[in-house]
Design a binder for this molecule. Sequence first.
Ligand SMILES: [Zn+2]
Length: 368
Amino acid sequence: MSKKKAKKQNTAVILAEFFLCIAIIAAGVYFIKGAVDKSKSVSSTEPTEPEIVAETEPPTEPDPMENFDTYDAKSKDMFKGDLILVNNDHEYKSDGTEDLVEIGPENEKTGRYYVNVVQDDYKILSVVYEPMADMMHDFIEATSIEDVMLYGTYRSTEFQRELYENDLAANGSEESTLVAKPGYSEHETGYAFDFTTMTDYDYDGTGEYAWYTKNCYKYGFILRYPEGKESFTHIEYEPWHFRYVGLPHATYMTRYSLCLEEYIDMLHSYTYDGMHLEIIDDNGQNYEVYFYPADTASETTAIPVPKDSKYEISGNNIDGFIVTVYKDEFSAAPEISEEETTTEESAGESPEEVTEENAEEDIEDIEE
Ligand SMILES: [Zn+2]
């Protein structure tokens, strides 16, 4: 190695060492500064404002999972329950498990002899019998008229088929315009009944009989085919045909003049994850209602249900379940509030959305 070369190498080593030192010192300063900064923010008694906001700002929606459990329903049970929509587009899929009572014997058992029925062996769902009988009782109390009679109640699909085929034969046509196809009549569900009068077999819901149209929601019933809703129901106004849907739903539909087609469609927007529909009935009782889609890929659907409140689940006969939460089942019902007046006023309002043309266009002359 030459002397010159050795000196050059030595200089390079010194330079390298120098820069290494600088690097080490810089790193040290950086580390200490970081530690000081960190200790500053940790020891500071006043955290910066944005941090507080981020941590304590309430979420826009309360966490829905907090007070909820899940209930494993059979997915096919979306075709069952008092909110099922049965019409020309949505067939009733009976599994033969309807809990029916024969009206004549049930009258004897309960002493409700005022529940007139055209034939004693006519049946209705047991859940419908009592509110129906209560309503008929209160009508007599209010009007002293005793000639209202049940004319059409539950029909088996076979009976509906018989009615349908008789009508085809009588009219010589291929499709009945008077009788619903077997499988598509609300009467096959057991949730519906028709009135007539014993004096002239002509119940039209006018005069004193308008009491039923006005008050049926208080017993959980709706007039299923209201005037002005023909474009939704595809069935002409039938003042005699009542359908059980349960008190909170009947109250809401009557208050806002919605037919079942509109209501079931509307409930799709009140999902479990989103806003729930809040209903307060005439007695001040609170309900919460939401839709949960059926898991059609699976045999069961895990439906979120409240942990502490009473609830009911009904299918909608289309695509899922409707959960009705009875938010204060155990609290005493206060006296009728002023809401009663509002309800009755709004119930009488004429429908706005249906124009006469489209109503006429869509009416099919069906005797459900
Ligand atoms: Zn009917």
